[in-house]
Write a protein that binds this ligand. Sequence first.
Ligand code: AMP
Ligand code: ZN
Length: 112
Amino acid sequence: MEDCLFCKIVAGDIPSKKVYEDELCYAFYDIDPQAPTHFLVIPKQHIQSVVAIDSSNSAIVAHCFEVIAKIAVDMKMDSFRVVSNIGEQAGQSVFHLHFHVLSGRDMTWPPG
Ligand code: AMP
Ligand code: ZN
């Protein structure tokens, strides 16, 4: 999608630090990490947010979670948090579906 930061990252037009890639998903380190390990897992296909998940794209989203599980094993992360912000009040700043994966520090609950 034109004018989408994460579509440009998927296309390689904006540089990123890759964690993992396959035909459906891309994972890369967050530019402003909120934990010692903080990366984002995104579908290559443009999906605006969790609200835009439906039967036409849910298999891709499921695959993103398989990728999160695989990376967690590969990185030996035994405790981590997966977050997706939906809408501006929740803190979404990029409107291309992404799952934050945060690890390596104590996490507060409820989140701020
Ligand atoms: P959210 O605010 O939940 O929409 O998350 C968007 C995330 O994208 C933020 O944590 C940003 O730090 C991150 N971000 C923005 N631009 C880049 C970039 N060029 N490379 C990597 N991460 C980015
Ligand atoms: Zn996009």
